[in-house]
Design a protein around this ligand. Sequence first.
Ligand code: BG6
Length: 320
Amino acid sequence: MVDRANRPSALSTPAAAAPGAQVDIVGTGANSKVIATLPSGESVEVLLYGATVTSWKSNGGKTENLWLSEKAAVDGSKPVRGGIPVVFPVFGPPPKSGHPTSSLPQHGFARNSRWEFLGKSTSEDALDSTSVKLDFGLYSSGLTEDTRKAWPLDFGLQYSVTLAKDSLQTIVNVRNEGDKSFEFQFLLHTYLRIKDISKIAINGLLGVEYIDKVLNASTHQQKDESVTITGEVDRVYASIPQDTTSVVEAGKPRFDVVRDNLSDTVVWNPWTEKAAAMGDFAPNEGFKEMVCVEVGTVKGWQKLEKGEVFEGGQTIKSIL
Ligand SMILES: O=P(O)(O)OC[C@H]1O[C@@H](O)[C@H](O)[C@@H](O)[C@@H]1O
């Protein structure tokens, strides 16, 4: 457990009042989303369902950085296929029995619960560039009765999405608001949009041990400098010493994914058959234009005692 409640996050954004960013709440009910746009045109869209970031445009609003399936459910009927779903309090299929998360669905309940929009703050950096921070909350009191029964622990999640000119920062703060300790895993299931999977290299994982879920969960070590993708990939890289995982496309840096207080990263691409088997994955060939680089804490469990807080997240830089 890492308690960062009392130390300022290196990634936190000051909430100084500055005009400029436009923030709108669009739609009603399960479809509601918050859209923030900077004066320079960059934008982010966050569906209240799952607090799922469904779009992040940089380059003056001209470049979409996230992949979203054409058949993604954005009506609250199921987790969103694409964008940045939030995985909490368990990653993947939960332990079969004997763990408090055992009756939860794959990847937990955060990605299919409706979050509250807590508000926005804007700031300007030294270069007079505006950024906007959107805060979302999910609390045990806001869960459905069934979910509450399946995980009857008192928690508060605050999730901050900060849009700046060339970056998006997503940070979670998990608080134990009950009397009993609890364990959790957390992951940001980011679907990065790329042009051509055959030209992608993922760097920053050299020497790191990973569990290969395609090869019967066997353990391997990353021996090549770059991970390239030529078939289904589903790997959990754990305890990564380097903070940054980079995505290079056709020899040019495209994304830097910088982890904050999260030591693991999942690299996932479903490839042909798995993509075709998912009813909400479209178009079929869409797997060529996405790669998931998912930062998290998923090997083992984070434990929070009464009143304790954990904070962690990522900053993604879009390089063009
Ligand atoms: O279909 P889901 O539940 O969104 O999960 C997608 C993928 O998510 C990845 O994080 C997992 O490592 C994969 O095993 C899984 O298939």
